[in-house]
Design a protein. Sequence first.
Length: 705
Amino acid sequence: LPSYASINDSLWQVNVGNEIFIDSSRVEISNLMLYKSNQAIKADGILSANPADRMNLNFRNFDVSYLDVLLQGSNLNFAGTLDGNIEFTGIYQTPGVEANLSVKSFAFNHDHLGDLEITSLWDKELGGFQVLAEIIYHGSIGSNKPVAASGYIYPDRKDKNFDLDINLENLRMSIFSRYLEGFATNFRGMASGKLRMDGPLSAPELRGNLRLSRTGFRVDYLNTSYSFAQQIEVGKDFFKFEELMLNDTLGNSAMASGKIMHNNFSDFSLDVLIQPEQMVFLNTTPAQNELYYGRAFLTGIAHIHGPTNNIVLDVSARTNRGTQVFLPLGYSGEISENNFITFVSQDTIQGGETVHLSEISGLTLNFDLEITPDAEVQLIFDSQIGDIIRSRGAGDLNFEITSQGDFNMYGDYVIEEGDYLFTLQNIINKRFRVEQGGTIRWAGQPYDADIDLRAAYRLRTALYDLVMEMDTSDVYRRRVPVETVLILKDKLFNPSISFDIHFPGGDESTREMVDMLITTEQEMNRQVFSLLILNRFMPTTEYNTALGYGVGSTSSELLSNQLSNWLSQISSDFDIGVSYRPGDQISSQELEVALSTQLFDDRVIIDGNVGVAGNHPATTQRTSNIIGDVNVEVKITPEGKFRVKAFNRSNNFDVLNTNSPYTQGIGVFYRREFDSLLDLWRRKRQSEQEEPVLIQDELIEFQEP
């Protein structure tokens, strides 16, 4: 009678006028059809023990995706439009099946492959189905057969039910993407080769060799893509490759060997060893990972192993040139108030609290990294206004990131060179030079690190404001080099901050005089911020209350800072700065232009400033009006083990006792790490050395008459 069936949320109807006859030895079906719109499945024929009786199934425009209901949990998907006939004979004994089927726009795992044609004939003598299946892909410039299978299927055997030869020609590898989605996405490429299928019906076995071309994939968590072309061996339960050349998007390569295992084409797992050579292993942005991001080029060993739903990535490597890693710290809560500086942000996370990332679906990472001076590490205190410590250094760090999102860091990082850009609402910006030897030590939580570093900001200013009560001689009216030193200690998340003032090239009497005037921490802080904001010292007595003190100097300083910012944005290869200081009754006006750059693949470093100064308003002494310092450093070897450095600096402090306005110097540097004196003369040191000692000669200075 008129009936309905719901299949995969679609309503199908049963036609009227059908008949079904049943007795003890046979079932006869006449004109029974299930249809929906233009799709239909029709059954006509007899099922019995008589080999002459046949049952015919006819398909018309049938959407094979409805079969997914029967394949739930198998991780398989089919699509396409099925037309054709299947005939069954001897259904109660050894069945015979003859088929002539066509699937238009056949797709497997959501990837369109072409048109599928299947024919099958029953061979009585061999007791099996003779099968021919082909997928024909029609492209814009022609057609090909990605898959062609021919041979026999023996249903009565206990084992060895398959005897099929399979030829592949440019089969799209994207059909296997879903089996690796816990580790990688966008698995692509073409496969060509010959395979042999045998084994039982419950667990068919593939063997043979395939040639993969234009193959690639993307590791989402690292935001890196790789490609390769290689011959692989196909075994009963594995895909094996050796000495596979893996390439990143920048043309760097790595040697890879390993296996992809499976259990009857399910429960896939990996065991792959990769030896990268300056390869990109990280290429993320803040939007992809707010805790750490950047680009990392590594050389070493990477081991990828485990089931695809719980991959473990173990990496032991060293960093290469071009590596930039950013560690944002600015969103970490209100952490400290220290005299003039208060760290404040929106969220509240106390130092030492467990850091938890979003879950990394099916991926655990263990990184043992030897950080080299080729890598740049940036600690970002406030990305909005630009408080950043940029550094280059060395250290051995370990990163542990679980699939649940737990993140830990271990190891020491020793800074060799760097700078700290201190900004105030993008109006005041001062670049501090981080001194060599500063350390950051991690012992678990990333924000619970210990820090010990010093950074200095160098400027030129007169000492007259500071010492005028003790000495009013004209020599203190001249601008001389002064360094304000920022000292950070204790916890990276909650550092203790202190300041100091140095006088490069200053004599002992000048240092003693300043020490007598700056005797308290409060006075030191006051003088440091006066130097940073007003570019001059502040009198220590009632003179500092004079109305309008330093207004002109501050205005010129703000203008110089903005102009320097604009000039530095012209090119990422140059750092340009302009500084103008108006004259007053104490010192002359000065105009300086600073330039720093690295040339010839960072082999030549130029850093300096040059300018002119007006005549002193309070002295008639004739001195050079040219001011400035220039440093040139050349790396003799690419890694910088041998270096040559030359400098020229102006003599500003003791102009009365100095015969020359300038001092020049040249130095040759050699650097080597060692555990014992014997290691100093060896050409290579062992990678497991700890706490290396640094040897570096001192700069040789000489004066020209």
